[in-house]
Design a protein around this ligand. Structure first.
Ligand code: GCO
Length: 467
């Protein structure tokens, strides 16, 4: 498909970052906050989804998680010690608007005031993501993302957040990985709200896009100096075998995974298969409302996908990588070149500053006799992937920041607490935080980059842009 990139971008798009290259960490509300029913927070779809036994590994839930709601001062202090200069977190919609709309919850809003002020005092730039999957259950009861009215509810929620925090926060993302929560939540039934239905999936995809566009308008109008984007997965989708069926499946899967959101949001069009499937839900004017000018592209990337034909409702699903591809301790393929190529591809297609908003790995982390965690496999992964990023930058990709996933071990959705993604180990029984060897490695790497003015990672062009 031909993509026209000669469109007018928001003038802020080319403006340099004030803080040089950002080295940060990402988390999300439901995965770390806990305090799920404290100070007026109501159920999200994940509280409800996780409740019946058997849905989440070990019947875990985010009820307590890392108790970040109460322990955020310690967590911010750790970020500061590591030398991070940015932190991406999400707001729990049911904490600030328990019913999803209507009366705000002052105690919930005040929590994020405290968090933001603590970050700013520590010299850490707060990056807010409006939606990382914890939809208020009250809105799901009204159809959730399947109900077109949600675009208005989401815009009102964005207005509340903009008004409350826009004096201190400038970087906002509308959605985190919309392809994952629509596909897993409405297509495959693996994530909240646990629906597997063709119409539900395509309605949700379009309504999320519409909500994105409306929220961007609200944020742009209400936050002076706002720098706005969305956070997407992009991964090469390779066919598992040479069979024509797998090749077709890989192409179809890539439409849902890579293009269902970036294409409408940047170029006002859906990829071919999807265009047909969402057509019944698209009303006149929608595509222009979705494609609002953005300032940056957020990339979450962990590994390429190996896709096989399947009889599920999109005719494609995850298959096994070839035997000779190295894998992480939990089996994810390690292919740093795919990360480099993805960054270059985003640069070419979207022509915007890129922030790597998630990258990292789970590992079988355990406390050693000395009480530390020697996570060498994570260090090797992060080293290889940050080097791949440096290669992409040297080849011209305008990457402005990198946020490791994740700051803390946390609630990994359907896997519960069984998969540890943090650079900081969390002993969930005591809530003790123990920086892993990878946290030390990350801190040292950041310090070294700053000491050499980041010459090995930042291209001359980025340095010039930053003045
Ligand atoms: C996602 C989310 C994170 C995950 C992370 C590891 O990609 O699913 O953004 O919430 O925890 O990616 O799987």
């Amino acid at each position: 498909m031909t993509i026209n990139i000669d469109r007018t971008r928001h003038p802020g798009a080319a403006a340099p970052s004030q803080r040089g290259f950002l080295w940060g960490a990402s988390t999300s509300s439901y995965q770390i906050e806990g305090a799920a029913h404290v100070d007026g927070r109501a159920d999200s779809i994940w509280d409800v989804y996780a409740r019946p036994p058997g849905r989440v590994k070990n019947n875990d839930s985010g009820e307590v998680a890392c108790d970040h709601y109460h322990r955020y001062p310690e967590d911010v202090a750790l970020m500061r010690e590591l030398g991070l200069n940015a932190y991406r977190f999400s707001i729990a919609w049911p904490r600030v608007l328990p019913q999803g709309r209507g009366a705000p919850n002052e105690k919930g809003l005040a929590f994020y005031d405290r968090l933001i002020d603590t970050l700013l005092a520590a010299g850490i730039e707060p990056w807010i993501c409006l939606y990382h999957w914890d939809l208020p259950q009250a809105l799901d009861d009204l159809g959730g993302w399947q109900n077109r009215d949600i675009a208005g509810w989401f815009a009102d929620y964005a207005a509340l957040i903009a008004k409350r925090y826009g004096d201190r926060v400038k970087h906002f993302a509308t959605f985190n990985e919309p392809c994952v929560f629509t596909l897993f939540g409405y297509g495959f039934g693996w994530h909240a709200p646990g629906v597997a239905d063709r119409a539900a999936l395509h309605k949700a995809i379009h309504h999320v896009n519409l909500s994105h566009g409306k929220a961007i308008d609200v944020l742009r109008a209400s936050v002076p100096g706002a720098r706005l984007g969305a956070v997407h997965n992009r991964q090469p989708c390779y066919p598992c075998t040479k069979s024509p069926a797998d090749a077709a499946a890989a192409l179809r899967f890539a439409e849902y995974w890579n293009d269902a959101f970036p294409l409408p949001q940047h170029f006002a069009c859906y990829p071919p298969t999807l265009a047909e499937a969402v057509a019944p839900y698209v009303q006149p004017g929608d595509m222009a409302q979705i494609a609002r000018p953005l300032d940056w592209f957020g990339l979450n990337h962990y590994s390429p996908h190996y896709i096989k034909a399947d009889s599920n409702l999109i005719g494609a699903s995850f298959g096994a990588p070839p035997d000779d591809v190295p894998r992480t301790a939990i089996g994810w393929p390690i292919v740093p070149d795919a990360f480099r190529d993805t960054l270059l591809d985003i640069h070419k297609r979207f022509q915007l500053p890129i922030y790597v908003t998630e990258n990292g790995t789970a590992a079988d982390d355990t406390l050693d006799a000395a009480g530390g965690v020697q996570d060498d496999s994570r260090i090797a992964y992060l080293k290889a992937y940050t080097e791949a990023m440096a290669q992409a930058m040297a080849a011209g990709a305008d990457v402005r920041g990198y946020f490791v996933w994740s700051l803390l071990d946390n609630f990994e959705w359907g896997s519960g607490y069984s998969q540890r993604f943090g650079i900081i180990y969390v002993d969930f029984a005591t809530q003790r935080r123990i920086p892993k060897a990878s946290a030390r490695w990350y801190a040292d790497m950041i310090a070294a980059q700053r000491a050499t003015k980041g010459r090995s990672v930042r291209t001359n062009r980025v340095e010039a842009a930053e003045g």
